[in-house]
Write a protein that binds this ligand. Structure first.
Ligand SMILES: Cc1cc2nc3c(=O)[nH]c(=O)nc-3n(C[C@H](O)[C@H](O)[C@H](O)COP(=O)(O)OP(=O)(O)OC[C@H]3O[C@@H](n4cnc5c(N)ncnc54)[C@H](O)[C@@H]3O)c2cc1C
Length: 427
């Protein structure tokens, strides 16, 4: 076993990022003879797959986020630090935070996730937020709900049309979920709660640069999703790359789409973990790792989840999905425990695909299990069960289940709040 830098004391594992991967890794190391430090720039773990429900007023932010300290606080060997990692010195084996603090490690696990990729057009972000944080979800909810209020009072037909138009950019799972949810929320609200607006005035546009939506799913499932979305009034524009995004709308090759709410869901890039280590990143800015999730040439450094470029047995890159991050986190936590306490070598990671899914609307989802597929109402039910099960603790599972059952039967959205002091950063 390699000699540890703090000979005589307990081995130190530093985990950067308490998302799906980092949290799973920390849980696997809980209550062991290893000192674990978990560093995250946020104080909470965020369940990103349900962020679109916060953005469309179905759930409140607290329903899908949990203080990291609360989740890990019961284990005496885990120390949680809120701080932003800005660099790593692999020779000195330290992680540096933005405030200048340096945290030493014997083993380092990088689980810093990814962010939306604006492909060099960073100035579009303020007009078209992605869905990566509570702040962005609230920003979208704010714009969406405010636009309905303004449309109810507007006397100008063109302005009313702009206010009732939302453009979702990117036909991947996030774009599809958002477009479906905005369309269903908008129609229901207008029908029930507004007096001067009509449901048919609502215009939700889903813009996709490629030839079909949900391109990572089999074609029949992607066609099913497209038919469902069109049925609920979503205007799908395929082969339509976005040329510009402004506060007033979106420029595409066929013209300008005036819109009040623009959502970005067109691709992600990894956190700058590769830059911190001075390593050339792979596709999507991901940090290449070996089959045991270690970073080649750097003793004791590992990367998992969205930020890592890990290959499967056939040499294919594992997708940036919660289930990959979670499985890698649990695997690495257990492997590090055996390696540090018993001297065992870290084995190769093997991903077990539990099925790729996307929700399309109130009663429709798709599942791709590789050898078989599922679509429609049953897939939606399975999607709901899986997502409730994956929530971080029993309290969240119960709260979200009750709200979903209530919402499913009444169609009401409980979180339709416009915060009058919310600062929309684009205006
Ligand atoms: C809207 C949306 C919907 C999704 N839906 C699904 C789905 O249905 N199914 C699915 O499998 N996957 C889904 N995903 C993908 C899934 O959320 C990610 O694959 C997963 O979160 C990756 O886990 P991770 O641990 O690598 O990163 P994350 O869960 O993103 O965690 C990264 C953590 O690192 C912290 N961090 C980042 N940089 C720093 C730094 N410099 N210093 C300190 N801390 C830092 C962050 O604050 C965060 O807590 C979705 C993603 C989004 C955005």
């Amino acid at each position: 076993m390699e000699e540890l830098s703090n000979v005589g004391s307990r081995p130190r594992v530093v985990i950067v990022g308490a998302g799906f991967g980092g949290l799973a890794c920390a849980k696997a190391l809980a209550d062991t003879e290893v000192d674990v430090t978990v560093i995250d720039r946020r104080n909470h773990n965020l369940f990103q797959p349900l962020l679109y429900q916060v953005a469309t007023a179905a759930l409140s932010p607290a329903d899908i986020s949990e203080p990291i300290r609360r989740t890990l606080g019961r284990s005496d060997n885990i120390h949680v630090l809120m701080g932003e990692v800005v660099s790593i010195d692999p020779n000195a084996r330290t992680v540096s935070l933005a405030d200048g603090a340096a945290i030493p490690y014997d083993r380092l696990v990088l689980a810093t996730g990814s962010k939306y990729n604006y492909f060099g057009n960073e100035d579009w972000q303020k007009h078209a937020p992605g869905l990566k944080s509570i702040h962005e979800a609230r920003q979208i909810r704010h714009r969406l709900l405010l636009a309905f209020e303004q449309a109810e009072r507007s006397q100008d037909e063109a302005e009313q049309r702009r206010l009732l138009t939302s453009v979702v950019i990117g036909g991947g799972p996030t774009g599809v979920e958002m477009a479906g949810a905005i369309s269903e929320l908008g129609r229901f609200m207008i029908e029930r709660d507004f007096r001067t607006l009509r449901p048919e005035q609502l215009h939700v546009v889903l813009v996709e640069a490629g030839p079909r939506i949900l391109a990572t799913f089999p074609e029949n499932l992607s066609n099913y999703a497209a038919d469902y979305l069109r049925n609920i009034g979503v205007d799908i524009r395929l082969n339509t790359p976005v040329e510009d995004v402004t506060a007033e709308g979106v420029q595409v090759k066929d013209g300008f789409l005036p819109a009040s709410c623009i959502v970005w869901g067109a691709g992600v890039k990894a956190s700058p973990a590769a830059d911190w280590l001075g390593i050339s990143p792979g596709p999507g800015g991901r940090l290449p790792v070996a089959r045991d999730l270690s970073v080649d040439g750097l003793e004791g450094v590992y990367a998992i989840g969205d930020t890592a470029l890990a290959l499967d047995e056939d040499g294919e890159a594992l997708p940036a999905l919660a289930q990959v991050a979670k499985q890698q986190g649990t695997f690495l936590g257990k492997a590090l425990k055996s390696s540090l306490l018993k001297g065992a070598a870290v084995p190769n990671f093997r991903f077990h695909n539990r099925g790729n899914t996307a929700v399309i609307g109130r009663n429709a989802a798709i599942f791709d299990f590789g050898t078989w597929q599922l679509k429609g109402r049953f897939a939606w039910l399975l999607w709901a069960i899986v997502h409730v099960y994956l929530l971080v603790n029993f309290e969240k599972r119960l709260l979200v289940s009750v709200q979903w059952i209530w919402r499913y039967t009444t169609r009401q959205r409980g979180a339709r709040l416009i915060d009058e002091n919310f600062i929309a950063p684009d205006k």
